[in-house]
Design a protein around this ligand. Sequence first.
Ligand code: ASP
Ligand code: MG
Length: 402
Amino acid sequence: MAVIVQKYGGSSVADIEKIFHVARRVAKTAAGGNQVAVVVSAMGDTTDELLALAKQIMPNPPRRELAMLLSTGEQVSIALLAMALTALGYEAVSFTGPQAGVKTKGDHLEARIIAFEAERVKAALAAGKIAVVAGFQGARPDGEICTLGRGGSDTTAVALAAALGAETCEIYTDVDGIFTVDPRLVDNASKIAQITYDEMLELASLGAKVLHPRAVECAKEHGVLLHVRSSFHEKPGTIVEEVAGMEKEAVVRGIACDEDQVKIALRGVPDKPGVAARIFTAIGEAGINVDLIVQSLRRNGENDILFTISEEDFAEAIAILTPLTAEIGAKELLHEHNLAKISVIGAGMIHQAGVAAKMFDALAKAGINIEIISTSEIKISCLIDADRIQDAARAIHDYFQL
Ligand code: ASP
Ligand code: MG
C-alpha cells in the first residue's frame, strides 16, 4: 500500500465548500487504496489576519506569543478537514504539529525542524485512518510551540513525507504548477513538466512563490519526489525530482523575477582584511538576506562595496549600517530603490557557454540597462530598473523560447 502525503495551501481550504472539495479529493486518494496523510495551512488569509490582530495590540508583539497565536490558524483547518472527512464517511484524525511529532529548534517564529517523530501518524495510517496534520508548526524539546516561518507548511509536508517514506509529496495549490516565468508578467508562460531540485531551489529562493525554498532543500536531502499541482482540477502539475539526463537538455528552465530590491552601497571602504566580514556578519545576524554582492576595483587603498536586499529589510539594514559605516571608516552610505532582479535558471548552463551573453543580448535589444550582474553554476541574475521588469521578462522568455 502506497503512502501519499498531500499538502493543501490556505487558498485551497479558504471556506467550508473548499474544505469539502479537499476532503473529497483526499477521500478519492484513500479509496484508491493508499494511506494518506494530509498537511494543511491556515484557511485563506487567516495568518495575515491573526498578525494584524496582534499589531493592533502592539507593533512588536513578543515572538513567543505570536507563535502561539499564529499556530491556531492551522489548528482550525485540521479540525474542520477531519470533520469533513468524517462527514463523508471516512475515518480521520487530526494532529497539531507537536502531536504529529514535529520537533523544532531555534526561534519561536523561524524554527527549523530537527526531527519528525511520526509514530502517532504512522499508527493512525496503519489503523486505516486518514491523518490530518497542521502545517507550519512544531514544538521545541522544552515544550515551546514554534512556527516555521511564513509559507512553512510546505516544509512540514516534505518532512512528513520523508518520515513516512512516502512515495510522493503532492503540493496542492491555486496554480497549475511551476511556470517558466510568472504568468502575471508574461502571458505565454508555460508550465514546466519536470524540474531538478537545484533548479527549483533557485526558482523558489529567487521569487517564484509557489514552493517554500526550505521545503525544496528538505526534499532534495531526503530524495522526496514533489508534485506541485492545482487543487481545482486533475491535470498533472510540475514534478520536482533528480533525473539523469534532465540537466543536459534544458539550458534555461525558467526565469525568476524579484521586485522590491534595494541597492546599498558603502563608498570608500578601507581596503583591509575583515571589513567585508564585519559588514555582512552584522547584516546576517539580523536575519537579512543579501544578494548580488559587488566589490569595486581598489583605488587609493579604498573599495566600494555594493549589495542588494529586499525592501522589507531596508529600515533594519540602514539602522545597522549607519553606525557601522563610521566604525569601519567608510566615506558614505548610499542606497537606491525601485530596482528588480531578473534571473535565468537552468542546470544545463554548467555545460553550455554563452548563456550569459544571450541574456545580456536579450536585455540590450529591449533597451534595458543592467546595474549589477551575478552568476552561479546554474543561474545568472541581473539587477535592473523595476519599471522594466515586465519588458525584461518578456524579452528573455522570447529569446530563449521558453
Ligand atoms: N499559514 C502559514 C502562512 O500563511 C503557513 C503556510 O501557509 O504555509 O505563512
Ligand atoms: Mg499560506
